[in-house]
Design a protein around this ligand. Structure first.
Ligand SMILES: Cc1cc2nc3c(=O)[nH]c(=O)nc-3n(C[C@H](O)[C@H](O)[C@H](O)COP(=O)(O)O)c2cc1C
Length: 277
């Protein structure tokens, strides 16, 4: 039986994120899945130390917290839902704390590459113009923990649990939960939204736009209706946080940066002496 894990990124009990996560899980249950629910803020997750031991030496993280247990729950799930609010234009701290520890997935990259799993990201913000960059981070979270066939929805509603009053949205989210189990899991991307990670913010240079989340590029075209981003063909594209993208990141960037540090560590220590006050 398919197991769907719902993650809540808000500490607000019965807030909009929790309601949306439960509604999507209900859709998954009605499609025959076994479901499980976890509030990230109930976990004890320490900030990443940046020691890189997990990536370079492939040894367990030295921090003693709930991160290994969370990873086991994520590995055991066939699909995942992450619902979280926008806090000051980005994801809430509980989501980012866990996301920052994502390099702990490196030992499992082969496993993740073998079975691309579906994920559903639900962001809830007070107001659309204030939505910031929360949703792309929720998608990155899911991708980084092995859920690379992503669907997503940005929702707008401020008061605690107020989303329950929006019947159309609740029906949509129920259906997205069902789709996680029965498919299709991917909605066609909206115009000018990255088709890989659903980001709608870009870095611009000359006539190119680059998605900062996954690296996909688009040509900026001017049409009678305004600007159009003509994306590279995303079929088979391995973004930054897919298993292959992460392996490349580790082999081409993290490991050489460790070797460079080791080669220069005495010089670095000597140069820092005058800053040790
Ligand atoms: C500390 C804090 C910061 C917030 N920042 C934003 C923001 O930057 N943009 C926005 O649209 N809404 C913002 N909101 C509104 C929440 O995203 C919104 O109320 C959401 O429905 C909360 O979800 P929850 O009930 O699951 O906690 C903020 C709310 C709080 C408490």
């Amino acid at each position: 039986m398919t197991t769907v894990l719902g993650l809540i990124g808000s500490a607000r009990k019965w807030g909009n994120s929790e309601v949306l996560a439960r509604q999507a899980l209900l859709g998954a249950q009605e499609a025959g899945a076994k479901t499980d629910l976890l509030r990230l803020s109930d976990l004890h997750i320490e900030p990443c130390l940046g020691c890189m031991r997990c990536a370079i030496k492939r040894v367990p993280c030295p921090l003693d917290d709930d991160m290994p247990a969370l990873i086991e729950r994520l590995r055991a799930a066939d699909a995942a839902i992450l619902a979280a609010p926008t806090y000051i234009l980005g994801p809430p701290g509980a989501v980012k704390l866990a996301l920052d520890r994502m390099l702990m997935m490196i030992p499992y990259l082969d496993e993740l590459a073998q079975q691309p799993k579906p994920g559903l990201a639900l962001s809830v913000s007070g107001l659309s113009p204030w939505r910031g960059v929360a949703l792309p981070f929720l998608i990155t979270f899911l991708q980084g923990f092995g859920f690379t066939r992503i669907n997503s929805l940005a929702c707008y509603t401020p008061g605690p649990g107020e989303v329950l009053l929006d019947d159309a949205l609740m029906a949509r989210v129920h259906d997205l939960g069902r789709q996680l189990v029965q498919g299709p899991t991917i909605s066609p991307p909206a115009a000018n939204v990255c088709p890989v990670c659903h980001s709608d913010f870009f870095t611009l240079s000359a006539d190119r736009a680059t998605c900062p989340m996954c690296g996909l590029q688009a040509r900026i075209e001017s049409t009678a209706d305004g600007i159009r981003l003509a994306f590279e063909d995303p079929t088979g594209y391995e973004g930054h946080w897919t298993p292959r993208g992460m392996r490349q990141f580790v082999e081409e960037w993290i490991i050489p940066s460790g070797q460079r540090f080791l080669a220069h560590r005495h010089e670095i220590k000597a140069r820092r002496a005058r800053l040790e006050f």
